[in-house]
Write a protein that binds this ligand. Structure first.
Ligand SMILES: [Zn+2]
Length: 105
């Protein structure tokens, strides 16, 4: 089951899952209900895929702004940064929703 402790089947809170937006899935956390150590089964989204999606989004939104909206470099950079921020938030939401926990070895 997604978002559940493999020992006690209690749902893992969003605060605990949020940590995996910042740390690698190789680290384990402690279940807030039973105190046993658990870790994610696998990375919900691969780092490489997220990296390429981010680079592609920044690049296309930059040039889309230049060609379609206004020919202004710094405004285009700002626009690309905003779109990349939205993508980062979307990736974080997908990661948090799809984390699956397993027993720590
Ligand atoms: Zn537990």
């Amino acid at each position: 089951m997604k978002n559940q402790c493999p020992y006690c089947s209690e749902p893992i809170g969003i605060a605990s899952r949020l940590k995996y937006c910042f740390i690698s899935t190789h680290f384990s956390i402690r279940c807030p209900h039973c105190g046993k150590t658990i870790r994610p089964l696998k990375n919900p989204l691969s780092f490489q895929r997220c990296f390429y999606a981010g680079a592609l989004t920044a690049f296309t939104s930059f040039w889309a702004f230049i060609y379609l909206i206004k020919d202004h470099f710094w405004q285009a950079v700002l626009f690309a940064a905003c779109i990349s921020l939205l993508l980062t938030i979307a990736i974080a939401i997908v990661t948090i929703r799809n984390i699956e926990f397993t027993k720590d070895k």
